[in-house]
Design a protein around this ligand. Structure first.
Ligand code: NAP
Length: 279
């Protein structure tokens, strides 16, 4: 019998723990969310992040700009936000903006999405006190919540973005899985996915992972957030057919999405705890 992994319920439990940690602090943690342009997904993520922050007691501020110069955004981050606990930049930025330069203007100790190159490098070197991106953290959290053994498993990650696929592969490798990383040139994709004990898809294309591509009793984590032909939110995995073949599966919505937001809150609380411990 397949287990449908409940990211929403896990998130609620984790958020209760975060509330308790926040109550022990001298002041509420602060999270600053920056978005630029007209991307509807960024607008929705920002709104959800502000709402979730307020629910647990984090002071969240959303800075939205229809248009802004790279230099102006860097000034905001380096000057006005320099005393804040946490900053997240919604990606992608509009064409013409220097994403790397702006991400690296966020101090590593405020970088709760873990994309500053100091955090990226320290992770690869095995440092512990470092921020990891929120979506891969959510994937690991859900595996741990269901007590799924990672060590010794063959994990196949489809996708190699800096935000999801790459850090996720590193996290799985650190937990002693043997990791295969696939991407758009891995052909045929089924050659790799069929060997997965744990299959994690972070592609961004509706229902690319079909039942024929999944090993019986595999654990399937779906990071994708897509719209199907009827405009309905769906993942990368053909959920209805794959669920009869695997042992565990995450739904979309209600799987990794809520956990990604929760991990952002967790990283923000951690950033604030570290900062307040120093003062
Ligand atoms: P991305 O930067 O566009 O990366 C997509 C990756 O998928 C790339 O590595 C690409 O390969 C690979 N790919 C594309 N088509 C493929 C195919 N047909 N077969 C195999 N690999 C293919 O996207 P991302 O930021 O990592 O996000 C991935 C998905 O996760 C999106 O749907 C996004 O909305 C979702 N997401 C969800 C959450 C959440 O909270 N649930 C958070 C973040 C992202 P190449 O490198 O060769 O181009």
């Amino acid at each position: 019998m397949v287990v449908i992994m409940d990211g929403k319920a896990i998130s609620q439990a984790l958020r209760q723990d975060l509330k308790k940690r926040i109550m022990k602090l001298k002041r509420p943690p602060s999270l600053n969310i920056i978005s630029v342009g007209t991307d509807p997904a960024s607008a929705l993520y920002s709104k959800n992040q502000v709402k979730a922050s307020k629910e647990v007691g984090i002071e969240a501020h959303h800075y939205h700009f229809d248009k802004i110069l790279n230099s102006e955004l860097i000034t905001l981050i380096s000057n006005e936000l320099k005393n804040e606990d946490a900053i997240i930049l919604q990606l992608p930025l509009p064409d013409g903006m220097n994403t790397e330069k702006i991400l690296n203007a966020i101090r590593p100790d405020q970088d709760v999405d873990g994309l500053h190159y100091t955090n990226v490098g320290r992770r690869i070197l095995g440092h512990k006190d470092v921020f990891w991106p929120c979506t891969p953290m959510g994937c690991m959290e859900i595996l741990d919540w269901y007590n799924i053994e990672i060590e010794g498993k063959h994990a196949v990650v489809v996708g190699r973005s800096n935000l999801v696929g790459k850090p996720l592969a590193t996290m799985l490798e650190k937990r002693n899985a043997t990791v295969t990383q696939c991407h758009s040139r891995s052909k045929p994709l089924s050659r790799y996915t069929l060997l997965a004990d744990i299959l994690i898809s972070a592609i961004g294309r509706a229902k690319v992972i079909t039942a024929e591509m999944v090993k019986r009793d595999a654990i399937v984590i779906d990071v994708g957030m897509n719209r199907d032909e009827n405009g309905v939110l769906c993942g990368d995995v053909d959920f209805e057919n794959v669920k009869d073949k695997c042992s565990y599966i995450t739904p979309v919505p209600g799987g990794i999405g809520p956990l990604t937001v929760t991990e952002l809150l967790a990283n923000t609380v951690l950033a604030s705890e570290r900062k307040q411990a120093k003062n």
